[in-house]
Design a binder for this molecule. Structure first.
Ligand code: KIV
Ligand code: ZN
Length: 518
């Protein structure tokens, strides 16, 4: 019978450590809901002691998300563990994940501790965590570069202390698959009590080997894989969940192992994570890239038309991509629209549906063909408008080859309308400078990305912007429209609105946030 591999998702913790990927509570909850739909086994929701924002987010996920176990990260110290527990205690199955480095380089240069001291700290931490919950994971940070005998000593001691999962991270992405697989096999041979815990792996992608290393570990006895959606994470990222899961599914003949993941939710999970973090997925990314299931060469297309198996090892539908994604047109009714959204996994309230349908009709009047991607973009765009302080009501932009680009903008707020005009070096610059004069907030524009949602010159344009607030936090905004200047304005306002709402919620007036401690 196929062995069951536990999927531990760390998109909200290690994934959030990707430069520029920080998520606010609402965004974390949105991702966590999708991870629950995806049926991952564990959601690592954050690192509670690292900041008040992280604490609140872990607590919100622990209190609200049902299904997966919820983990919180903490160093091997009493204060960290206590804080993690405070955030996690509302979860049905809380997991305290405590970590401590075991490699000589980390011991000497970072921790300034002896092996004996580290061994004792690890055991004390696990025992303390065990006082709160049955489910305790211990990670031997930088395990792949640790002295093997010492690593075995630590693994045995933490299992004796009560760790139910022991994680063997390749923290710096240094290992090679044959070597990493052999490490897991050797641990199984050498550690006498290893059967009393699940051996987990957590591989970074610095050499592009995170998925390969994770799979080599599974072949050699690992029972849990830690991974992130789209492979986001510290530096080059973590093993990508979609790659690990689809490799295990597609080559079950070889691995004789399976996961509980509902693969049909993979595409949507990828999109949501890319949306909230602003990190686009490269087009040729395995499983979730736009080209992952596209056949360009004539000889391939011909083969696929005869029999898909000639060039396809996976079914696009199995990861949640619709087979024929040409969907609706201007004559489509509200029911068809609602049905299609339901089949894409969206269930909207009446008000949300009304707004989205109105927007769909307006778009369908202008655009010949509507695709699933268009529908998803419309829905995402409408959700973004909800609870906004500043809403774009009117915009007129004038530009010519030698002229000065000029924007006139009207925004609606609860207090009424504001109208302003301004100039810039280009159309987008004119719009952004005008908006800057109208809104009551301080920020710096860090990034501006524009892309077409589907093919053709009548494609929806989607713009992503990143703003840095006074507290150093990054706010990602998105906007979509057939006109990229309008999409640019919406994306900018979306980020500004988020910044205003979150700074007000935190009530810190934008003061510098706690320093990251990893
Ligand atoms: O990469 C790593 O070692 C980690 C640990 C905290 C598990 O992220
Ligand atoms: Zn990591």
């Amino acid at each position: 019978m196929a062995r069951r591999i536990t999927i531990f998702d760390t998109t909200l913790r290690d994934g959030e450590q990707s430069p520029g990927a920080s998520m606010n509570i609402e965004e974390k909850l949105e991702v966590a809901k999708q991870l629950a739909r995806l049926k991952v086994d564990v959601i690592e929701a954050g690192f509670p002691i690292s900041s008040q924002g992280d604490f609140d987010a872990v607590k919100a996920v622990a209190d609200n998300i049902k299904g997966p176990a919820i983990a919180g990260l903490c160093r091997a110290s009493k204060a960290d563990i206590d804080r993690a527990w405070e955030a996690l205690k509302g979860a049905k199955m809380p997991v305290i994940h405590t970590f401590l480095a075991t490699s000589d380089i980390h011991l000497e240069k970072k921790l300034k501790k002896t092996r004996e001291q580290v061994l004792e700290m690890a055991v004390t931490a696990v025992k303390h965590a065990k006082g709160y919950t049955e489910h305790v994971e211990f990670s031997a940070e930088d395990a792949a570069r640790s002295d093997f005998d010492f690593l075995c000593q630590v693994v045995e001691a933490v299992i004796d202390a009560g760790a139910t999962v022991v994680n063997i991270p390749d923290t710096v992405g240094y290992a090679i698959p044959s070597e990493f697989g052999a490490l897991i096999a050797k641990l199984h041979k050498r550690v006498p009590n290893i059967k009393n815990a699940i051996i987990s792996v957590h591989c970074h992608n610095d050499l592009g080997l995170a998925t390969a290393n994770s799979l080599a570990a599974v072949m050699n006895g690992a029972g849990q894989v830690e991974c992130t959606i789209n492979g986001i994470g510290e530096r080059a990222g973590n093993a990508a969940l979609e790659e690990v899961v689809m490799a295990l599914n597609t080559r079950c003949d070889l691995f004789n192992a399976k996961t509980n993941v509902n693969t049909k939710e993979i595409h949507r999970a990828s999109r949501i994570v890319s949306d909230v973090t602003g990190l686009s997925v490269q087009v040729n990314k395995a499983i979730v890239g736009a080209n992952a299931f596209a056949h360009e060469a004539g000889i391939h297309q011909h083969g696929v038309l005869q029999d898909k198996r000639t060039y396809e090892i996976m079914d696009a539908q199995s990861v949640g991509l619709a087979q024929n994604n040409l969907v609706l047109g201007k004559h489509s009714g509200r029911h068809a629209f609602e049905d299609r959204l339901k089949s894409l996994g969206y269930s909207l309230t009446k008000a949300e549906l009304d707004k989205s349908f109105e927007r769909f009709k307006a778009l369908a009047d202008k655009k010949k063909e509507m695709f699933d991607e268009d529908l998803e973009t419309i829905v995402a765009d409408e959700f973004r408008v909800i609870q906004a302080k500043y809403n774009l009501e009117y915009m007129n932009v004038m530009t010519s080859m030698d002229g000065i680009p000029t924007a006139t903008i009207r925004l609606r707020t609860d207090e009424g309308e504001i109208v302003e005009a301004g100039i810039g070096v280009g159309s987008v610059d004119a719009v952004y400078k005008t908006i800057d004069k109208m809104v009551d907030a301080k920020y710096t524009l860090l990034d501006y990305i524009v892309k077409a949602v589907t093919g053709g010159t009548d494609a929806l344009g989607e713009v992503t912007v990143k703003l840095e607030g006074r507290n150093g936090e990054i706010y990602t905004g998105r906007g979509a429209s057939l006109d990229i200047i309008e999409a640019s304005a919406k994306a900018y306002l979306n980020a500004v609105n988020k910044l205003i709402r979150l700074e007000a919620l935190r009530g810190d007036g934008g003061k510098p946030k706690d320093k990251p401690i990893l």
